[in-house]
Design a protein around this ligand. Structure first.
Ligand code: GDD
Ligand code: MG
Length: 365
């Protein structure tokens, strides 16, 4: 029986306020929670048992899957205090059922990738590896784990989040998907915080264990930042990235209960959630609009997330914005890029502008 562990206990701080009430893997991308896309991909690869390593807002995962009736057994390894990535893997390994030599798939809970999971499992077994890491290449590796390999693919070292330019010895990074021989999991210490990146991988390499990299140039994105999150969702909608849960690709994914005015333009892989109302002449491009959101006439929303039950006033302009739930942006606001609006916040009409077209001062001097 093929088994997998998914690490889903992080707080998702870079995605606040979206993650204030919802763990990152349960946020909606392309019409489903991200974890459901991952589960569908694992099932396609023949996985029959998944252990969720949960911590932050743990009960919401059980809630999400309480009616799950497909051919997959789901277990929950809950950390009352976060154990770090290595500690979480060790804690979840208690719930595995396979033999000591079985290959176990381990996934970070925020990676959208086109990796062929069966292929990485086959290579791991063929090499008789202790651990196989999926690796990818990025232009700026500083936010990731650096993993140089030799010509046979053997991992030479593992350096998490390099701080200096000299430390950036390769553009090849840890892509957040591993295969571990089950017995290797049992060597991770228990009962304390352990980082698989800072402690376990460097330790295994230093001990001379058979740690291999599997480098691919498939689609790959960590959805941990707002811009990556909206781009990942848009890529799933347009078909640049694939998921068994997205049957047809297109310019937009509009929920059947949403009302989109015929003069509005919804493009670039945008998603419109249930009961959302998109008014006349609105432009929504490469964005995620949550359930019950109202966008009034002439507003423009680019590369942004507007969380559920919020409203955007007429002629307002958003770019790379994150709007928390139950927020209200009044008419004719022009929000600076990368602004995050807290849940429930209200911006009055004409309250914020970045260009030089501020309206006449309403105060009597
Ligand atoms: N259960 C549990 N407990 N899960 C955790 C914990 C914990 O204490 N800490 C983090 N996680 C989970 C997160 O929910 C996420 O799914 C995964 O572990 C990785 O954490 P991130 O916070 O997303 O890490 P990162 O993106 O900065 O770096 C990681 O991913 C990169 C690839 O995107 C590292 O693995 C890097 O080496 C890697 O390059
Ligand atoms: Mg991440």
């Amino acid at each position: 029986m093929q088994e997998a562990i998914i690490l889903v206990g992080g707080k998702g701080t870079r995605l606040r306020p979206l993650t204030n009430h919802t763990p990152k893997p349960l946020l909606n991308v392309a019409g489903s929670s991200f974890i459901r896309h991952q589960i569908a991909k694992l099932m396609d690869a023949g996985v029959e048992h998944v252990v969720f390593a949960t911590s932050y807002l743990a009960s919401l995962f059980e809630e999400e899957f309480k009616d799950f009736s497909q051919e997959l057994k789901i277990s929950y390894a809950v950390e009352t205090v976060p154990l770090g990535t290595g500690g979480a893997i060790r804690n979840a390994a208690r719930l595995l059922r396979g033999p000591v030599d079985a290959p176990v798939l381990i996934l970070n809970g925020d990676i959208l990738s086109g990796l062929d999971l069966r292929d990485v499992l086959e290579r791991h077994t063929a090499r008789e590896a202790d651990v196989t890491l999926h690796l990818t290449r990025v232009s700026d590796p500083r936010a990731f784990g650096l993993v140089p390999t030799d010509e046979s693919g053997r991992v030479l070292s593992f350096l998490e989040k390099p701080k200096t330019q000299e430390e950036c010895v390769t553009d090849q990074i840890n892509a957040g998907c591993y295969v571990f021989r089950r017995s290797v999991l049992d060597s991770i210490p228990t009962g304390r915080e352990v980082s698989v990146e800072q402690e376990t991988f460097p330790g295994l390499v230093a001990e001379g264990r058979r740690v291999y990299g599997h480098t691919t140039d498939d689609y790959w994105r960590d959805l941990g930042t707002p811009l990556a999150f909206v781009h990942g969702s848009a890529d799933l909608v347009t078909g640049r990235a694939t998921s068994p849960l997205v049957a047809r690709s297109g310019e937009a994914l509009i929920h059947p209960t949403a009302a989109v005015d015929p003069t509005a333009r919804v493009t670039g892989g945008s998603t419109i959630g249930p009961h959302a109302v998109i008014g006349p002449r609105v432009i929504v491009d490469r964005s995620i609009i949550g359930g019950n959101v109202r966008v009034a006439e002439g507003a423009q929303i680019h590369e942004s997330v507007v969380d559920h039950d919020s409203s955007i006033g007429s002629e307002s302009f958003l770019r790379e914005a994150v709007v928390g739930c139950h927020a209200h942006v009044g008419a004719q606001n022009e929000l600076p890029a990368q602004l995050r609006l807290s849940c429930g916040i209200r911006i009055p009409a004409q309250g914020v502008r970045v260009s030089g077209t501020a309206v006449a001062c309403p105060t009597v001097h």
